[in-house]
Every structure is written in C-alpha cells, then in structure tokens.
Design a protein around this ligand. Sequence first.
Ligand SMILES: Nc1ncnc2c1ncn2[C@@H]1O[C@H](COP(=O)(O)OP(=O)(O)OP(=O)(O)O)[C@@H](O)[C@H]1O
Length: 338
Amino acid sequence: MVEDDVLLELKDISTAFKINSQYYDAVSHVNLEVKKDEILAIVGESGCGKSTLATTIMGLHDPDATHISGQALFEGQDLLKLNEDGLNDVRGAKIGMIFQDPLSALNPLKRIDDQISEVLDYHTQMTATEKHDRVIELLNQVGIVNPDRTARQFPHELSGGMRQRVIIAIAIACKPDIIIADEPTTALDVTIQAQILDVLRGIQRENHAGIILITHDLGVVAETADEVAVMYAGEIVERGTTEQVFGDPRHPYTRSLLRSMPQGDADVDNDDLYVIQGSVPSIERLPQTGDRFAARIPWIPVEAHEAEPTMHEITPGHQVRCTCYQEFYFKTLEETRV
Ligand SMILES: Nc1ncnc2c1ncn2[C@@H]1O[C@H](COP(=O)(O)OP(=O)(O)OP(=O)(O)O)[C@@H](O)[C@H]1O
C-alpha cells in the first residue's frame, strides 16, 4: 500500500544498455519514493547512473538498445509500461523535466512565448489570449523581470540563467505533480545557481510538487533537499532525510563524498581537500557480485562486505547498503581519511 503523500514509487528499477550485443546495467534494482511537497536529491559522481534513472522514468530510451525492468508507479499506473501516446500525456503535463543544458533544450528558431505555448497547446485547450496570459504569468513566476520583452525574444538573446528560467517555466507550465531536474544549475555561475534553486523551491511550495533533483553538488543538496539518495555504480548505497545522511553518513562512499566537499571555510586549506581514490567503473566493468565500492576502499577487510549487499535500516527512514558500514563508522567525518 502506497502512502498518501507518495507521488511516484520506483520499485526495483534496472536499466541495461546494449553494448556490442551484450546488456550492461547502468541502474541496478533501485527503490525510491518521491513525495508531495518534498525535494529528493539523487547524488553521486559522474557515471553513477543518475541521469539514466531519470530518463528511464521519463521513457526516453530506445527499446531496441535498452533493457528496463521494475516499476515506476504514478497515479496507479506503471510509467514503464506506457506506450508513446501514454507517455506523451504524462510528460510535460504531470511530470516536467529540466535538463542540464538550457541552450540545447530550447529551439533556437522559436521565440520564447511560442516555446512555452507549445506545451500548453499540447496539453490544454487554452485560447490564444489565455495562453499569452499564462506565458507571462509563468515568466513572472520564474523571476524574469521583463516578461513581455522576454516572451518575444529568441533563446540566443538571453543569458544562461534566463534560459534556465525559461526551461523551468516550460517544465511547470501545466503544473506537474513531479519535476525532474537533472543538474539544473551545473552550467550556471554560483550566484545564478542560488537564484535558480530559490525558483525551484518556490515552485515546489506553490504547486506542492515533488521534485527529483539530480546533482553531484552536495552544497546544493544540503541547502535544498529534504531527502537524499546516494548512488554509486548504478545502486543506491544510502538514503534518508538530508539531516540523517549529512549528519550521520554511514556508507563509506557517502562519507568520502562528504569529505571531498569543499567546506567554504577559510581555515581549510584547499590542498588538504580529500579526494576519493579511483573512479567509477564503466558499466562493462562493474563487479557482478559483492560490494561495488569495495575496490575503492581496499583497507576494509573483504569479510566486512556482504556477498550480496542489501539495504540495512539504521534508524527509521535511514538505510545503508552492505554491512561494511560497521567497519567504517567513525565519530567525525575527518576520520574518514584512513
Ligand atoms: N546510451 C548509453 N549506452 C551505453 N552506455 C550508457 C548510455 N548512457 C549512459 N551510459 C553509461 O551508463 C553509466 C551511467 O551514466 P549516467 O549518465 O546515467 O550517469 P550520471 O551519474 O548521470 O553521470 P553524469 O553526472 O555525468 O550525467 C555510465 O557508465 C555511462 O557511460
């Protein structure tokens, strides 16, 4: 039975890509819930499978080159079973998506008002006047100072921050229940990042949406998210509230990620910044058994890892994969550096 405030329930989702006629998992057995009025952040280094999870939910993979299993339950239906028509009804209307690169997500040849109107045309019966009013309302909502002028402009006439605001306006045009934002601020400078995150938070409060925020920026997560899921090599290795995961990180990968996060503290010498050893393996080289992170923490004895790692609940809502966290529990984050 799904809790009332759960909007989207991901159950045992795996996504494998076909490479040289063999399938390799980029996402493995992911279980997550997206709740109303909450921002769920999915974090992890590049190549951990965050974007693949998002594009799987949105049905953006070529079925001939991808193998997908599990369920993505939304309003009583499994998104992974919908055909193209069913997906088109959901995408844009009930689930909005914001991508990393605002320029490539916009059509360079169309004015902003036409691009926002397009999604309204597809999903609503609005008249031309209603559409125009809604475009202006949306541009206002995402903090564009002169919406009438911006509506008449082309993408290349706007700054990166403004283009990302337009993308957000398109994503929220039909008041979706869920917004998936994949690295929405990565291409922007720090001041603009903060403004865009404020816009997202404002929208979430106003529309009571649930947001999946995909990022490798833990600073953004600390400031924005309610819940956090840490992903490594296609698997969720730790999840919980932001307080639980940041305040009491248990999985060695989470601890390393947090330890490698710049502190913004004048006393911390940047030369001292912790760097996680090794790198995320490519999907063809992922270990098929055991703890996928084990190779990067050789100082943890082999017997500390489970042969088939499962999630363990530390406190209600706070889960961590594999028993190796027991070997790796230190009082302070600094002690992570072994
Ligand atoms: N279409 C594809 N075909 C084959 N492999 C793919 C494909 N798309 C992604 N991958 C691989 O799947 C893994 C996960 O990639 P994904 O882009 O989901 O990671 P990510 O965590 O979102 O990284 P980033 O932050 O760089 O976007 C990577 O090893 C990537 O090379």
